[in-house]
Write a protein that binds this ligand. Structure first.
Ligand SMILES: [Zn+2]
Length: 232
């Protein structure tokens, strides 16, 4: 597997950056984890239209799903009009949430829409994906563990501190974890500090920690940058 960081901005954009988007490549194809604003434009810099077998959305905050709308219009009116798009794996009840992003649009003409379920693995783009619910304020949110040929990648999505993060990242080769906060939150929890992310990685025994979803004004060691490629 190979991980490519397409966008790693927090809920506001870093200068010239894109919001959440992480490509997982294997011989089975490419899986895009989240599809925030700026991700499609960045992918289009390297190919006319991204050849992606599947997209998996962690939650419906706009910085993680906003570019599904222009991706849709590319298939309905744009350069890939009339061609089938990728599988789109959504949280439970995700079809209803799509309607709120662009009401009445023909989402099924652009995407092969699926909904995953808590704790039930699914296969997409040649890899196995385990979705696990993580705490993120009032928004139902799932982190992912992706496995392929003995390698494991864990993605926190947006999450407050939780033992689920340790389960997702247990002995993972790479733990891609958010580190949005400068100070720990009180209830309700929805994000992590650097220390909380490192603590989760240490408890999990993850081999490598990559931090993301962070403002450039507060740089860290192991903070990802757009274009970073990591082989697993
Ligand atoms: Zn969020």
């Amino acid at each position: 597997m190979k991980l490519t960081v397409v966008g790693g901005s927090p809920a506001w954009p870093n200068p010239g950056g894109a919001h959440s988007g992480y490509l997982v490549s294997s011989e089975g194809g490419r899986l895009l984890l989240d599809c925030g604003p700026g991700v499609l434009a960045r992918l289009r810099k390297v190919e006319a239209w991204p050849r992606v077998a599947a997209i998996a959305i962690s939650h419906f905050h706009l910085d993680h799903c906003g570019d599904l709308v222009p991706w849709l219009w590319g298939h309905l009116l744009g350069p890939v009009k009339g061609t089938p798009g990728p599988e789109l794996w959504l949280p439970p009840d995700g079809r209803q949430r799509l309607e709120l992003l662009s009401r009445g649009a023909h989402w099924d003409r652009a995407f092969s829409i699926r909904e995953y379920a808590e704790g039930i693995p699914f296969d997409a783009a040649g890899v196995r994906v385990l979705p696990r619910r993580v705490p993120h304020y009032d928004e139902p949110t799932w982190g992912f563990r992706i496995e392929h040929e003995g390698s494991a990648l864990a993605y926190s999505a947006d999450s407050g501190p939780s033992p689920v993060l340790e389960e997702l990242a247990r002995a993972a080769d790479v733990f891609l974890c958010e580190a949005t906060l400068l100070e720990p939150e009180q209830d309700p929890h929805g994000h992590l500090t650097e220390a909380e992310a490192r603590d989760a990685a240490r408890r999990a025994g993850a081999r490598r920690l990559l931090l993301t979803h962070r403002s450039v004004e507060h740089p860290l060691e192991e903070l990802v940058y757009e274009g970073l490629e990591v082989e697993l």
